[in-house]
Design a protein around this ligand. Structure first.
Ligand code: GDP
Ligand code: IMO
Ligand code: MG
Length: 412
């Protein structure tokens, strides 16, 4: 077994360095084996994190991706917005595969509940944007923006209210949503969903800040699983085509109540190329035949919505910004194998009048699928990795060579 905690330290974080879907789930699952606690910090079920174990695929939306490892403590942090039926369904799917997460699940009492009406609002807001601007953001329709609106407006309902009678509060919400947006809130359904969740999850709601600090003091190793990607960050991303939470390391620490000096390492996850779902600038996007080829080889269809992902090449500008914002100590470059058949691999090294200036690195035209050793990689693949290291100043500690749990080169 690999021993990487000694290199990554007691607290390590996994952060998407592009526009999400970089492969955070897979590396979390691999590293989680050596950690005691795995924590999600922010976002909600807009996330779709895929892992493949013994050929079987699992997609996590709210539960951290390392949850299949028995005996690990699992934290759902204060920064998250939780659609409870989705959470219950996820728990059920994991239980069906023989793993019970409830006894080791700890949900912050400060996390916000995301109701069905938030999803209805998401739809209305997208329609409004399309009407005014000609296009929406292309959200995942999971109610994320509206749940964070309620949080920021201080009208949200938090997990600490799970056992309480929320009827009056929901009636007030229903009235204002009906007046403002013509949304019809099914109060009975919302209440019964809350009741069911409270029966299953009541015991798991806790002061997660105290808990995580107890873990720290007790010397437990903590792995933080970021969601979304740095360029979807509400402050630093390609606004307004972003999500509604802070997706950088700072947001993850805030979402868990961890101080910055608790953190030892931050791994930035980036594909060997680049993808994006939804609207918004994508400097190095390639459409047509090349984009289609990357999409098909990379299986680039959304884990949450099934939407085809837009595909393009790496841009050093975007990687450098991610390294800067997150203080990255390592890269995990994922999906190297997807480029196995490319003749040349363009990387945007500069820009000219808003257009990328590419350097074309030679392809390796050989299979790297399933490789676990750097030395065995074709020379041009090694050079490609070396180029990323040299140009970003961050070492590549992990290289993905396939979707499976075993398909990773680890060189930390
Ligand atoms: P996340 O949201 O960052 O966890 O990423 P997603 O799960 O949404 O998307 C990543 C996709 O790439 C999933 O289908 C993974 O199974 C797959 N994947 C991850 N790493 C690799 C890799 O190194 N090679 C290949 N071919 N697929 C990978
Ligand atoms: P993971 O964790 C990819 C994108 C949406 C949309 C924008 C806003 O799997 O990497 P939202 O529903 O959050 O209001 O949508 O953000 N988006 C993601 N794209 N991966 C994700 O998560 C995403 N979460 C949100 O496609 O463009
Ligand atoms: Mg995803």
């Amino acid at each position: 077994m690999i021993t990487i905690t000694s290199k990554l330290g007691q607290v390590s974080a996994i952060i998407g360095a592009q526009w999400g879907d970089e492969g955070k789930g897979k590396v979390t699952d691999i590293i989680a084996e050596e950690y005691d606690v795995i924590a999600r910090a922010c976002g909600g079920a807009n996330a779709g994190h895929t892992i493949v174990v013994d050929g079987k695929q699992y997609i996590f939306h709210l539960i951290p991706s390392g949850a299949l490892h028995e005996g690990k403590d699992i934290i759902i942090g204060s920064g998250m917005v939780l659609h409870l039926p989705t959470l219950l369904e996820e728990i059920k799917v994991i239980r069906d595969s023989g793993v019970d997460v409830v006894p080791r699940l700890h949900i912050s009492h400060e996390a916000h509940i995301l109701f069905d009406y938030h999803m209805a609002m998401d739809e209305v807001f997208e329609q409004q944007r399309a009407k005014i601007k000609g296009k929406g953001i292309g959200t995942t329709m999971r109610g994320i923006g509206p749940a964070y609106i309620d949080k920021a407006a201080r009208t949200g309902i938090r997990m600490e209210s799970l056992g309480k009678n929320l009827e009056e509060e929901l009636k007030d919400k229903a009235q204002s949503l009906s007046e403002l947006y013509g949304i019809n809130v099914d109060i009975e359904k919302e209440l019964s969903q809350i009741k069911e969740a409270s029966e299953v999850l009541g015991e798991t709601v806790t002061d997660a800040i105290e808990l995580i600090h107890d873990y720290l003091k007790g010397g437990k190793n903590i792995l933080v699983e970021g969601a979304q990607g740095t360029h979807l960050d509400i402050d630093h991303g390609t606004y307004p085509y972003v999500t509604s939470s802070s997706t950088t390391i700072s947001g993850a620490l805030q979402g868990l109540g961890l101080p910055p000096n608790a953190l030892n390492t931050t791994i930035g996850i980036a594909k060997a190329y680049c993808t994006r779902v939804g609207e918004g600038e994508f400097f190095t996007e390639v459409e047509g035949e090349v984009g289609d080829r990357l999409r098909e080889r990379g299986g680039e269809y959304g884990a949450t919505t099934g939407r085809p992902r837009r595909c393009g090449w790496l841009a050093l500008r975007d990687l450098r910004k991610s390294a800067q914002l997150n203080g990255l100590t390592h890269w995990n470059i994922t999906k190297l194998d997807v480029l196995d058949e490319e003749e040349v691999i363009p990387v945007a090294v500069d820009e000219d009048g808003g257009k990328p200036v590419y350097k074309e690195l030679p392809g390796w035209k050989a299979s790297t699928k399933g490789f676990t050793s750097f030395d065995e990689l074709p020379e041009n693949a090694q050079s490609f990795i070396g180029f990323i290291e040299e140009q970003t100043g961050v070492p590549v500690g992990f290289i993905g060579t396939g979707p499976g749990r075993e398909e990773m080169i680890i060189r930390v």
